[in-house]
Design a protein around this ligand. Sequence first.
Ligand SMILES: [Zn+2]
Length: 455
Amino acid sequence: MQVWKEYQEQHKGRFLEELLALLRIPSISAKSEHKDDMLRCAEAMKQRLLEAGADKAEIYPTDGHPLVYAEKIIDPAKPTVLVYGHYDVQPPDPLDLWKSGPFEPDIRDGKIYARGSCDDKGQVYMHVKALETLVKTGTLENNIKFCIEGEEEVGSPNLGKFVAAHKELLKADCILISDSAMISMENPSIDIGVRGLSYIEVEVTGPNRDLHSGVYGGAVANPITILAKMIASCHDENNHITIPGFYEDVVEATPEERKLMAAAPYDEQEYKDDLGVKELWGEKGFSTNERTGIRPTLELNGIWGGYQGEGAKTVLPAKATAKISARLVPNQSSEKITAMLLEHFRKIAPPGVTVNAFEHHGGEPYMTPIDSKAYQAAAKAMETTFGKKPIPVRGGGSIPICALFEKELGIKIVFMGFGLDSDNLHSPNEKFNLENFYKGIETIPYFHHYFTAMN
Ligand SMILES: [Zn+2]
């Protein structure tokens, strides 16, 4: 759309100045001395949304930091897109590693250096300027809502309560989030999923005290040996997980998705060199990308027991412990898998030991299917502005708020991240490339346009 391009070209200097002003506010949610800065930032965000053309913008207090809600409703019968983001940032420490002040944004080599430049003020602001572009050029065809929270960096402790209490207010046809990265400007990509998590601890107890390994060894079950055997038995020779029922609910990725994933740039030698390993290891029949994205895994996160001091001590320990976690994929349930893991470790223990297994924490997996309208609209928007079909990427980590949104609002999330992995999120010298900032503002109006056309 020529009119969008012209408008954005004409106002790009101001767009940037406004973002820099937001970046100067140290909205650090983790530190109570920044409580006033948080309010100031929420207030600024509200004002910018109103100036951009929102009909209404409000600050909602929570038990923690406030949340900013805004909307532009042109016709309730038209599709509605809910934009989620956050205005809080991570603490900037260690300060001495920053080349310029974390809250004194500095532009060097076409990059904005400041805490929050990419995560997430810069990316939220692309949406505010996309709204402005659509409103001021008279081309808005759908309704847009904004939910910008102030506690993402501290685990969103009050978001669930807010969403549950404001289902009607947040009602939409999809949720659009720009709080992630893409592979590169040459290889645009869209995150289509995150994995869930089940985390347990298993404690194996044998004799009632540490024993002399010469006097009792060979006659009494050694808890470390037993625990090691139990854990080793959880994978077969193809590195499939052997726990009965573990894969039962897994939705297999379609051949189409696997083909698209395979298009992501990947250099195995570089990957191995970076990690300092001679060979990779994983489930047979899947690529590295698939093993860390579309497949569930079971990993040992810690194991201890017996003598760990200097020199040798011939002991048969009374106890051994391990921390074990599983990453889950759709439609595995964290609750169900956690129960399954606990039950499994209790069951496979031989009679010579007792097992105490308990849960730590968990989170549900999340996915936006590539045949959903939201994904299709995002892919088409990126293809329009990047001149290239984006690659769907499944993240290996876990973001519990995604499942929360879907559960409460019953709608799909689509991630359009315009950052790069090299943007130093949560680290000193966080940056956001100017090119990416403007590309985001250019792309987002197309998302609204295509999403509306598809609905
Ligand atoms: Zn973020």
